[in-house]
Design a protein around this ligand. Structure first.
Ligand code: ZN
Length: 221
């Protein structure tokens, strides 16, 4: 297995930024791939580019606007109000972008193959998966097999955050020496505000609760 290089599916948010620096620790050379999929806040791509540059990793962007148009969701449709939680009778909140991780990882695998990279890294987490089915471990394992069969390759999809909650993800960022960078320069907020964000959207709530939990356990040590 070639542990020389890895490709990180990179949005510039808390999770994928932590994964980017995790990958830098684990692999000799790291590449980051971002996507313009019709998200309301395209500046996340600019923030991602800035973080990748700071991290000293190769950065590319793929334009895949069809993903936002295909499935009806609140991250790409400005007329929809975001669900704060999973509505009664629904499987997931309307902030779920159907197929997003399937497309992202599939495109990332083709891109990686062209570059001779077999390690893919994604920041999905089953622990805080917000009801998104494509953040679950079973989906990632299934897709890994599918990608290998599809291209006759030996890809390995790494999910360093799969079993971590948000507090543990903050702990990992701290351990990697990028706590302040992740806190102030990443964009997780569904309302497009970097750092601590708007404070009230579901993504901000999850991020803040994890941060408070991490800081309180750290201070009690
Ligand atoms: Zn927010």
């Amino acid at each position: 297995m070639n542990k020389d290089n890895a490709l990180v599916v990179f949005s510039g948010g808390q999770d994928s930024t932590t994964c980017l620096f995790w990958a830098k620790r684990e692999f000799k050379q790291v590449y980051a791939l971002s996507f313009r999929y019709g998200q309301k806040h395209e500046k996340e791509v600019d923030l991602a580019r800035a973080i990748a540059s700071k991290a000293g990793v190769d950065f590319s962007v793929m334009d895949v606007p069809f993903i936002g148009r295909l499935g009806h969701n609140a991250l790409t449709d400005i007329s929809l109000t975001m669900d704060e939680q999973i509505p009664d009778g629904a499987v997931c909140p309307n902030t779920f972008v159907p197929g997003r991780n399937l497309f992202f990882l599939s495109i990332a695998a083709v891109y990686a193959r062209e570059k001779g990279i077999s390690h893919l890294v994604t920041g999905v987490s089953q622990t805080d998966f917000s009801g998104y089915p494509d953040c679950r471990d079973s989906f990632i394992k299934s897709l890994n097999v599918t990608l290998n069969l599809a291209m006759d390759e030996q890809f390995v999809i790494h999910t360093p955050l799969m079993w971590l909650d948000k507090a543990e993800t903050w702990a990992l960022a701290d351990e990697l020496g990028v706590f302040d960078l992740v806190r102030h320069e990443t964009l997780t907020c569904y309302n497009g505000i970097p750092g601590d964000g708007c404070g009230h959207c579901p993504a901000c709530k999850l991020r803040r609760e994890g941060l408070e939990k991490y800081l309180s356990t750290k201070n009690n040590k």
